[in-house]
Ligand binder design. Structure first.
Ligand code: CA
Length: 149
């Protein structure tokens, strides 16, 4: 009964300690979430490796550049459009989309946000959120060989 008496006597501090423990544990889990995840197989866009004009490494670099251009407050249009210049056909675009996967992004702030208030989005979702209707039209008109949106 000594333990029960101890618990009853220290009820409040014990509750606070437990709460603190779970808050810290949850916070640690949230903050240690990776900011990137791969697409599931059925989410990937089809790529014919014989038709791509870029390597997997180049696709990865282009995906990183598109992400970096987007997570600025505002958008680095010059950096963004320079990436589309490198995509010669739909297979190239699809390879970059697949390499992009899903990345941490706040649709509200238009930047990377934080792990609690932002979420992981694919490249098309992020581009759609970043670009105005006019900018989307610009991409469609200048890269008619690519279906982006
Ligand atoms: Ca942005």
């Amino acid at each position: 009964m000594k333990i029960l008496a101890f618990i009853l006597k220290n009820f409040q501090p014990i509750i606070y300690a437990l709460l603190g423990f779970f808050v810290l544990k949850t916070l640690k889990e949230v903050l240690s979430k990776p900011s990137e995840e791969k697409l599931k197989n059925d989410e990937e866009l089809p790529v014919s490796n014989t038709k791509t004009t870029i390597t997997n490494v180049q696709a990865q670099v282009i995906a990183d550049n598109i992400y970096n251009a987007s997570i600025e407050s505002g958008t680095d249009e010059a950096l963004l459009y320079a990436q589309f210049d490198k995509l010669k056909n739909q297979n190239d675009f699809n390879a970059v989309y697949n390499a992009f996967g899903k990345r941490q992004y706040s649709k509200f702030w238009g930047n990377v946000g934080d792990p609690v208030t932002s979420d992981k989005h694919d490249m098309i979702a992020i581009l759609t959120n970043e670009l105005t209707t006019k900018e989307q039209e610009y991409l469609k008109n200048n890269y008619p060989h690519l279906t982006i949106f």
